[in-house]
Design a protein around this ligand. Structure first.
Ligand code: C5P
Length: 286
């Protein structure tokens, strides 16, 4: 085998709670995560050459030195002993960048899974997820994907019953967000409301889509500076007014998502949001 091609799915947070700051500088989290069909395509080839190389269709992304996909490849090489000479990674990007939807982490996870296939190294998904901890906090979840509870730094994973089939609308507002900055901000933010994670797990167990949607909650929305928070609220309102069962920000944002039972209603809201926000996507759960 000389080539593998894998989808790297985006994720949304059905819930996101920050439980506290740890001594290592990271935060203890509790998050219910869900993969969606919006995906980058990661192609890994083995050929001639003396080193690892990387290409992408987005010129402003970091290159082979710092790109999370290349970091993941080097972590894989360290654990497996394989040589990365002549290995080329190509990223065809669809997931918005710096958006709270795990675009980079998902590429990194796909590289771990892809190299495992290409070199026939036989690591289990759990072993690859463990390697992912060295790449980034969301990478272990992205290795497993689908619906899962992520705790600790993000690496303590429990598989959950799948989200019932639905249409998920994603909309990324134009402003940038710095994840480390928002984590710093949340340390100084008094959180009056927290997600009902136990209730979310129960609703997933029951396959109760309305119950899931009513419990979607992300503490980072409270840490957004104005007028950013207002813009997120406006997008949520547009989705809810258009028939979404629930709407919430994903990760540290700024992407907002809405969950719809009706594809037709989601399509109508897509049309109105896409006219204002070019990075709007109609997706489904994986
Ligand atoms: O692990 P990752 O590189 O994705 O984390 C990016 C930044 O997010 C970290 O440098 C840290 O500031 C913050 N973070 C955190 N606690 C976590 C995950 C991320 O404080 N559990």
């Amino acid at each position: 085998m000389n080539e593998v091609k894998l989808p790297a799915y985006a994720k949304i947070n059905l819930t996101l709670d920050v439980l506290g700051k740890r001594e290592d500088g990271f935060h203890d989290l509790s998050m219910v995560m869900q993969s969606v069909t919006l995906a980058d395509t990661v192609t890994i080839t083995r050929g001639e050459g003396s080193e690892l190389t990387l290409s992408t269709d987005l010129g402003f992304l970091p290159g082979t030195d710092k790109n999370i996909a290349a970091v993941a490849a080097r972590v894989f090489a360290k654990h497996s002993g394989v040589s990365l000479e002549g290995v080329h990674i190509d990223l065809a990007k669809k997931i918005p960048v710096c958006a709270g939807t795990a675009g980079g982490s998902s590429d990194g996870a796909a590289v771990l899974r892809g190299l495992n296939q290409l070199f026939e190294t036989g690591f289990s998904l759990e072993e690859l997820a463990k390697m992912g901890e060295e790449v980034g906090s969301d990478v272990p979840y992205c290795v497993l994907g689908c619906t899962a509870l992520a705790e600790g730094r993000g690496e303590v994973l429990t598989k959950l019953p799948s989200l019932p089939d639905c249409t998920i609308l994603l909309c990324k507002p134009g402003f940038p967000i710095s994840t480390p900055e928002l984590f710093r901000k949340i340390d100084d933010t008094k959180l009056h409301l927290r997600p009902d994670t136990a209730g979310m797990l129960q609703a997933l167990e029951e396959g109760n889509l309305a119950g899931i949607c009513h419990r979607m909650f992300n503490v980072f929305e409270a840490a957004l500076p104005q007028p950013r928070r207002e813009e997120v609220e406006e997008i949520k309102s547009t989705m809810l007014d258009g028939g979404a069962l629930g709407a919430c920000m994903s990760g540290t944002g700024p992407t907002v998502f809405g969950i719809f039972e009706s594809r037709e209603q989601a399509r109508q809201v897509y049309d109105s949001l896409a006219a204002v926000y070019p990075e709007t996507y109609l997706t489904e759960n994986v």
